[in-house]
Design a protein around this ligand. Structure first.
Ligand SMILES: Nc1ncnc2c1ncn2[C@@H]1O[C@H](COP(=O)(O)OP(=O)(O)OP(=O)(O)O)[C@@H](O)[C@H]1O
Ligand SMILES: [Mg+2]
Length: 233
């Protein structure tokens, strides 16, 4: 197995507050890791750390040499320009040469079912379409690692289904993913592994079947088991 990403005993602080403590996490190629935990438990902070937007104040973080990564946020943030330019600018920032950009933009838009709207202004799309554009922008980078922070949280059920099916497509293409979710159905459908956070600590890290097996989860973490029971009640 290829390790793409590793955190060893990592603490992360925002200003004076230590938000994550003693995090140990290894992500292997083709893992699909769901991050779950209550509001404020540290899921977004962990994702931002994994993506390099926050630096650990203690411990070691390493990413496999040459691994490309992208992140999709809960609310799509797009630039105030056309859909196609949103994708093209992302690629230019990543150092992709112009002829390659010209080929990748339509390919990525087709991949998310938006082949016809490249020239539309991104701000004039529905939130569901905007999130698909954010996925296309991530896809166009051909990431080895894709981080997703509650990518369906602000969407209605049909848009949610579309995004889930995109995540499944990315998974089939071999993209390694780490995603935060409050939706246990989604976790069961998409994750291979579940990581449970509570107040900035990582209390359980199990294959998805073991996580949803009450007896096994309780052996690993009583807190995680209580959380899960609460969520399923
Ligand atoms: N910019 C910030 N400044 C100060 N504290 C912050 C900041 N961002 C997050 N925190 C704190 O860090 C902790 C973890 O927050 P985080 O957003 O990572 O949790 P989360 O698990 O993603 O929650 P949610 O389910 O609500 O998205 C919380 O206590 C939060 O108040
Ligand atoms: Mg969050």
């Amino acid at each position: 197995m290829t390790v793409l990403l590793e955190l060893v005993d990592v603490d992360v602080a925002i200003g004076p507050a230590t938000i994550l403590r003693g995090i140990q996490l290894q992500v292997q190629r083709e893992d699909r890791v769901a991050l779950i935990g209550a509001n404020g438990s540290g899921k977004s902070t962990l994702l931002r750390t994994l993506h390099g937007l926050l630096k650990p104040v203690r411990g070691l973080q390493s990413t496999a040499f040459g691994a490309r990564q992208a992140m999709v946020f809960q609310r799509p943030f797009l630039l105030r320009t056309t859909v196609a330019r949103n994708l093209a600018l992302g690629l230019r920032l990543a150092g992709v040469p112009p002829h390659e950009i010209a080929a990748r933009v339509p390919d990525a838009l087709a991949r998310v079912g938006l082949a016809d709207i490249g020239e539309r202004h991104a701000r004039h799309l529905s939130v569901g379409q905007q999130q698909r554009v954010a996925f296309a922008r991530a896809w166009a980078l051909r990431p080895d690692l894709l981080f997703l922070d509650e990518p369906t949280a602000s969407l209605d059920p049909p848009a949610k289904r579309e995004i889930e099916s995109l995540m499944a497509t990315f998974a089939e293409a071999g993209t390694t993913m780490v995603f935060a979710s409050h939706n246990l159905g989604q976790v069961k459908r998409l994750a291979t592994r579940v990581v449970y956070l509570e107040r900035g600590r990582l209390l359980a890290d199990l294959p998805v079947a073991a996580f949803f097996d009450h007896d096994r989860l309780r052996e690993v973490s009583r807190e995680a088991d209580l959380f899960l029971q609460g969520e399923m009640a």
